[in-house]
Design a protein around this ligand. Structure first.
Ligand code: IMP
Ligand code: MG
Length: 177
């Protein structure tokens, strides 16, 4: 599928300001505790790294990987765990950090999977929420931005592995000719 970069939907400055606010909210809510951020590879790597530095508490991070997309822009609906955590989360205050919630399938799978491991608490922080595309109910505790139903790339988000290195979040559009 031929695609090209379109307009910037969220600029790097807007992202930085919002990530700072999310970090402040988490710092308030988890005061006296030491949250463990679980980033979802690979899209949430950039967000997780920035968010962690905006949290003024002792905190740790780990990552896991799931696949739900082939190489298109729509979820296959089937979620598979492709890389697991490297540490136990038992008794920990876990915050799942995800780049974008679309149908909700990926994150609801992850939430259920992590809940069985007996964390002390489990919360969800997503940078982008495409609320209009939801097929599965998910409780999102921290949301960066609600966005329309458009495929976006940049700030860690990819299309077929590309564009993760853009500093802004841009819309990916079909090539016109
Ligand atoms: P869901 O399972 O349908 O909620 O899809 C969530 C996953 O799809 C995310 O983890 C992303 O990897 C991917 N995804 C959904 N929308 C976008 C997008 O606009 N850009 C890049 N990846 C996306
Ligand atoms: Mg993802």
């Amino acid at each position: 599928m031929d695609r090209r970069l379109g307009r910037i939907l969220i600029s790097r400055d807007e992202i930085a300001a919002r990530v700072a606010e999310l970090g402040q909210a988490i710092s308030r809510d988890y005061a006296g505790r030491a949250p463990l951020l679980v980033g979802v590879l690979k899209g949430a790597v950039v967000f997780t790294a920035d968010l962690m530095r905006a949290i003024a508490l002792p905190s740790a991070m780990d990552f896991m990987s799931v696949s739900s997309y082939g190489s298109g822009t729509r979820s296959s609906g089937v979620v598979r765990l492709t890389a697991d955590l490297s540490i136990s989360i038992e008794g920990r205050d876990v915050i799942i950090v995800e780049d974008v919630v679309d149908s909700g399938r990926t994150i609801s799978y992850l939430r259920r999977n992590l809940a069985t491991r007996h964390p002390r608490s489990l919360a969800l922080c997503v940078l982008l929420d495409k609320t209009s595309r939801r097929e599965v109910d998910v409780d999102v505790d921290y949301v960066g931005f609600v966005i329309p139903d458009e495929f976006v790339v940049g700030y860690g988000l990819d299309f077929d592995g590309w564009h993760r290195n853009l500093a802004d979040i841009a819309v990916l559009e079909p090539a016109t000719s």
